[in-house]
Write a protein that binds this ligand. Structure first.
Ligand code: TYD
Length: 213
């Protein structure tokens, strides 16, 4: 155990960009650098938040955009206080599959909710917590759809949306990266797994160096 706060890294991108593969590789790398990684995801990461995930991803009950964003942030509030904050405080490195940027992209860009609403919810749910580093895996939307269809699992509510919805999500992510370019790193997800792994490892090295002061 050390007294230093851990680092918080999030992974973002549209569906089918290969986040899961890269999170697993990044987890091994963080461990190699001598830190204790904790891998988690949103919506999810706690018992309650996983239940909310089940509802919000699978429900056929005609969830409105406002209900959807509130469910995402209900899951996030619980996840932040139960998992993310305590682990960071204990010096662990938290690797999270999506965080608040996903709400700007999906509920903001995708569903058309205003950024100002998401700003307020983020403040309430997470006390404005931001990752130290966000890796945005960016891929042509049609290629992402093609890759999603290669998987065995059935498509969820977001994956089954129209191409225009996915284009809006990609555009919102890119805008967010442009406005937060110190924190959010754009990674070309059309590269090979090894190339992406190397690029991400380089960014994690920088964070590691900063953590040494
Ligand atoms: P993800 O776990 O990446 O899906 P997969 O099962 O393909 O790995 O994310 C679940 C879905 O939830 C994804 O389509 C994006 C959506 N989502 C939002 O709409 N808003 C959010 O704030 C978050 C965290 C996820």
């Amino acid at each position: 155990m050390n007294n230093q706060r851990g680092k918080f890294i999030s992974f973002e991108g549209g569906d089918g960009v290969g986040k899961t593969t890269q999170i697993n590789l990044a987890c091994q790398y963080v461990e190699k650098l001598g830190h204790t990684p904790v891998v988690t995801r949103e919506p999810g990461g706690t018992m309650l938040s996983e239940q909310i995930r089940g509802l919000v991803l699978e429900s056929s009950a005609g969830i409105t955009p406002v209900t959807e964003v509130l469910m995402m942030f209900a899951a996030r509030a619980q996840h932040t206080s139960e998992v993310i904050e305590p682990n960071l405080a204990a010096g662990k490195w938290v690797l999270c599959d999506r965080f608040t940027d996903a709400s700007y992209a999906y509920q903001g860009g995708g569903r058309g909710l205003p950024d100002e609403l998401i700003d307020v919810l983020a403040e309430i749910a997470t006390n404005g917590l931001e990752p130290d580093l966000t890796l945005l895996l960016d891929l042509d939307v049609k290629e992402g759809v093609r890759r999603s269809h290669l998987r065995d699992s059935p498509l969820d509510r977001f994956e089954s949306e129209a191409i225009e919805f996915k284009n809006r999500i990609r555009a919102a992510y890119l805008k967010r990266q442009d406005h937060n370019s110190m924190r959010i790193v754009l990674v070309d997800a059309a590269q090979s797994i090894q190339e992406i792994e190397f690029e991400i490892a380089t960014r994690i090295d920088d964070l590691h160096a900063r953590s040494l002061g």
